[in-house]
Design a protein around this ligand. Structure first.
Ligand code: UD1
Length: 363
């Protein structure tokens, strides 16, 4: 069986790595890896391939940045001949980035089976580009691998036949479980504890400059209570340069961090403030308090069973939630995360389950 994987952007890499690994141990499987090139900086791409030990891609489509239409069209035009030439039996796409939906669309038109890893997540907010990507990719997919039971419910509700849906757990947590012992050695030097770890890159936060300015002012206020460590995504860097913002000694802006360094930073953070999807899941697994600067989440399980809280666009709420977490942390002493809960199937073995289902489906 020939399986072709498509990755394009940073959050894809930690999801594809364990699936590539699990399928590599199946004698009947041959694999091809395509990188669309949606993310191309060394810090956004190459370093993840190294640390996650992902094989060198067989193809790099070199699509790069652009409008969503340019990016999706670029992937489709460059990817179609690869599929025609390689004739895979199944194409696996990951997550919800523009590369995901573009590759799924090409395959469905060519009659090639598509498997979507991380299917079924819904924010119900169609102003998010990722929500459109999720909805369309799931409709185009033949095998839908979900990370949690809410994903199955969403898909059934949208009319996806039950036989196509496979609840396998969270592949990103597979990578975390495997690399957590290594990450401990990668905590960047000179990080003053205690600290809050911040990431922001969603257009809804960083493209709205007055809002971004207010958000930064709130972080600067918070830095009176604890240090703030903020690895800055390239999109956010451009906006911050436009604002002419200057970091303070306790609000430290840094380059995007490699996987292991960022995982170590999460583990040791007093709290995390983010608008990322994956970080809501990783902090839930780690038991680290997370404040999500969004009105909604496609990962509600991180709220019901995890450490995540939505603070929306409500800066007083961000301040009070952060203050409450710091107070609770102080009461906990050195005993970290004693109340940590486990989400079912977030156990480090999701990719093995995917590999078994795929191999079984081919016989
Ligand atoms: C994409 C995903 C988002 C994911 C995020 C993680 C979509 C719709 N969005 O958003 O779901 O959470 O990746 O990072 O697919 N840039 C660089 N170097 C790079 C990549 C990007 O400088 O290697 C800059 C470019 O100026 C680019 C901007 O960042 O225009 C945004 O990149 P893009 O891939 O369009 O979207 P992300 O915001 O990264």
């Amino acid at each position: 069986m020939h399986i072709l994987h498509v990755v394009g952007a940073r959050p894809n890499f930690m999801k594809a790595a364990p699936v590539l690994r699990a399928l590599a141990s199946q004698a009947s499987v041959r694999q091809t890896l395509v990188h669309t090139g949606q993310h191309y900086d060394a810090a956004m791409s190459d370093v993840f391939f190294q640390q996650l030990e992902i094989p060198k891609p067989d193809f790099n489509l070199g699509v790069g940045s652009g409008s969503h239409a340019q990016q999706a069209a670029g992937v489709m035009l460059a990817f179609e001949p690869v599929v025609v030439e390689r004739k895979p039996d199944l194409v696996l796409v990951y997550g919800d980035v523009n590369s995901t939906v573009a590759a799924a669309l090409v395959c469905s038109k060519l009659g090639v089976r598509v498997g979507h890893v991380e299917a079924g997540l819904r924010s119900r907010d169609r102003t998010m580009p990722e929500e459109i990507n999720r909805l369309l990719t799931d409709q185009l997919s033949d095998m839908l691998f979900t990370p949690s039971a809410d994903g199955d419910e969403n898909l059934l509700h949208e009319g996806i036949p039950k036989e196509k849906i496979h609840l396998v757990g969270n592949v990103m947590i597979d990578t975390l479980v495997r690399l957590l012992p290594t990450a401990e050695k990668h905590l960047p030097a000179d990080i003053p504890s205690p600290y809050a770890l911040v990431t922001l890159h969603r257009p809804s936060n960083v493209d709205d400059l007055p809002w971004l300015r207010d958000l930064l002012a709130t972080l600067a206020d918070l830095s009176a209570q604890l240090n703030i460590v903020f690895p800055v995504h390239p999109r956010t860097r451009q906006r911050l340069d436009g604002l002419g913002s200057t970091p303070t000694s306790r609000l430290r802006l840094m380059e995007p961090q490699p996987y292991l360094e960022f995982l170590a930073l999460q583990c040791h953070a007093a709290l995390v403030i983010t608008d990322s999807g994956g970080i809501q899941e990783e902090t839930t697994f780690l038991g680290v308090p997370c404040l999500t600067v969004r009105e909604n989440t496609e990962r509600p399980i991180t709220i019901t069973q995890g450490t995540n809280q939505l603070v929306g666009r409500d800066l007083p709420r961000l301040r009070s939630a952060a203050a409450e977490i710091l107070q609770q942390n102080a009461g906990k002493g050195s005993e970290k995360n004693p109340d940590k809960q486990r989400v079912p199937l977030w156990d480090g073995h999701a990719a093995e389950r995917i590999a078994q289902i795929i191999v079984r489906s081919s016989t």
